[in-house]
Design a protein around this ligand. Structure first.
Ligand code: SF4
Length: 356
C-alpha cells in the first residue's frame, strides 16, 4: 500500500508564469509539489500525458526542426515513445499504448500536421523578422522565470505566442445573463507575466500577446503595461507569503471541488483529507476498513466506515485482496474511483490508488 511519509517542506525559489494561477488558487498545492520534487502522488489522465507530446511537437514545428512529413512522423513517434517509457517507469502501464487510451489521438495528430503544412507553405520569412522559440526569460531577481514558446520580432513590433493543446476559452456569463466565450483567466495572467519578463530582459514591452491552439486558431490577449507590472508584483508577493507560511505553519490551502479534483497531491493534503471525512462529492473516499469480501468472480469489495456513514468500493482485482484484508481497522484513502448510481457506492478504475 502506498504511503505518503513525512513531508519535508522546502522553500520555492522561483515560479513560472504557468504555475502562478494554480498557486493563487491553492498555495499549499505548490508547497506539496515542491516537497515531493514535483513528482505527483497520483496519475493524471492519459490525455494530459499526450498533451506534453503535442506541446513538444508544436515547439519543434515552430523551431523548424521538422522539414517534412517524414521528420514529423519520426519525431512524433519518438515523443510518444519517450512519454510511454516514462509512464512505464512510474508504474502506469495501464495508459500504454497511449494511442488506445487517449481521446481523439488520430484527430490531434492530423491537426498537428496542419501546423507543419502551414509553416512549410509560408512565404519565405523577411530577413528582418526574427523568430525565437522556447526562449528562457527570467526576472532580474530570478523569482519569476519561464520558457516562452515563440517570440516574433519585426522592427518595433514584438509578439509573444503561447501554444495550447486544450481549450483556450471558457464560457462565461455577462451581467445580462448572456453566455459568451472568453480566454481563460489563467492564460491571460500567464501571458502578462511573460510580457513583463520580456520587458525586463529587452527594455520594451511586446506589442501583442497571443494564444494558438491545435486547430491553428489565434486568440489575442489585451493588456496594458500597468497590468503586467501589477501581475508581476502579485506573483512575487504570493511567492514570498507562500515561503513564509512554511516557517509559520500557516498554510494557505483552499480545498474546493475545482481546486482539488485535479490536484495530484491529494493523498498528502491534510486539508483535503479532513474535507473527505464528511464530503462525498469527490471521486475519492477515506475511512477505516471494516470488511473486505472476495466474490466468486474474483472481484473484491471493501467496506469503509467514514465519520458518518459506511462506504462501499467494489471491483478491485483479486490481487488486491490480501493487501486490503491486512488493512482491516486501518484508516485508508482511495483515489480515482467511479461513482456508482447507488449513493455511497464507488467502483475501482484502472487509475485507482490506495494510500494508508
Ligand atoms: S488537495 Fe486541494 S487543498 Fe489540498 S493542496 Fe491540493 S488543491 Fe490544495
Amino acid at each position: 500500500m502506498n504511503q505518503v511519509g513525512k513531508i519535508e517542506f522546502r522553500k520555492i525559489n522561483r515560479i513560472s508564469p504557468s504555475q502562478f494561477y494554480s498557486m493563487k488558487n491553492c498555495a499549499y498545492k505548490s508547497l506539496l509539489a515542491e516537497a515531493f520534487g514535483k513528482k505527483p502522488l497520483l496519475p493524471i489522465s492519459p490525455n494530459a500525458y499526450f498533451g506534453t507530446v503535442l506541446h513538444k511537437m508544436l515547439e519543434l514545428i515552430s523551431k523548424g526542426a521538422e522539414r517534412n512529413e517524414e521528420d514529423f512522423n519520426r519525431m512524433f513517434d519518438e515523443q510518444v515513445k519517450a512519454v510511454e517509457e516514462n509512464l512505464q517507469k512510474q508504474g502506469y502501464d495501464f495508459f500504454i499504448p497511449l494511442q488506445k487510451n487517449v481521446k481523439d489521438f488520430g484527430m490531434k495528430k492530423i491537426l498537428l500536421k496542419k501546423h507543419l503544412r502551414a509553416l512549410l507553405e509560408q512565404s519565405p520569412k523577411a530577413s528582418s523578422v526574427k523568430y525565437h522559440s522556447e526562449k528562457w526569460f527570467e526576472s532580474k531577481d530570478k523569482l519569476i522565470a519561464g520558457k516562452i514558446d515563440l517570440v516574433i520580432e519585426a522592427g518595433e513590433e514584438a509578439e509573444i505566442i503561447d501554444f495550447k493543446t486544450g481549450a483556450i476559452t471558457q464560457d462565461v456569463l455577462d451581467d445580462a445573463g448572456e453566455t459568451f466565450s472568453e480566454v481563460k483567466e489563467e492564460y491571460k495572467e500567464q501571458l502578462k507575466l511573460y510580457a513583463y519578463l520580456y520587458y525586463e530582459n529587452t527594455g520594451r514591452f511586446p506589442t501583442a500577446l497571443s494564444l494558438v491552439d491545435l486547430a491553428k486558431q489565434k486568440f489575442s490577449v489585451f493588456f496594458s503595461q500597468s497590468e503586467c507590472n501589477s501581475t508581476f508584483d502579485e506573483a512575487k508577493k504570493l511567492l514570498h507569503s507562500t515561503n513564509e507560511s512554511i516557517g509559520k505553519r500557516t498554510f494557505a490551502a483552499n480545498p474546493t471541488d475545482a481546486n482539488c479534483k485535479y490536484c495530484l497531491y491529494r493523498p498528502a493534503c491534510s486539508f483535503f483529507l479532513k474535507q473527505l471525512e464528511t464530503d462525498y462529492s469527490f471521486n475519492d473516499v477515506s475511512g477505516s476498513v471494516m470488511n473486505v469480501v472476495k466474490y466468486q468472480n474474483g472481484n473484491v469489495s471493501v467496506f469503509l466506515q467514514s465519520e458518518e456513514i459506511q462506504l462501499t468500493v467494489t471491483s478491485f482485482p483479486s490481487e488486491k485482496y490480501d493487501e486490503l484484508n491486512d488493512s482491516r481497522s486501518k484508516q485508508i484513502s482511495i483515489y480515482n474511483l467511479r461513482k456508482e448510481a447507488t449513493e455511497f457506492v464507488f467502483s475501482a478504475t484502472k487509475t485507482t490508488m490506495i494510500y494508508e
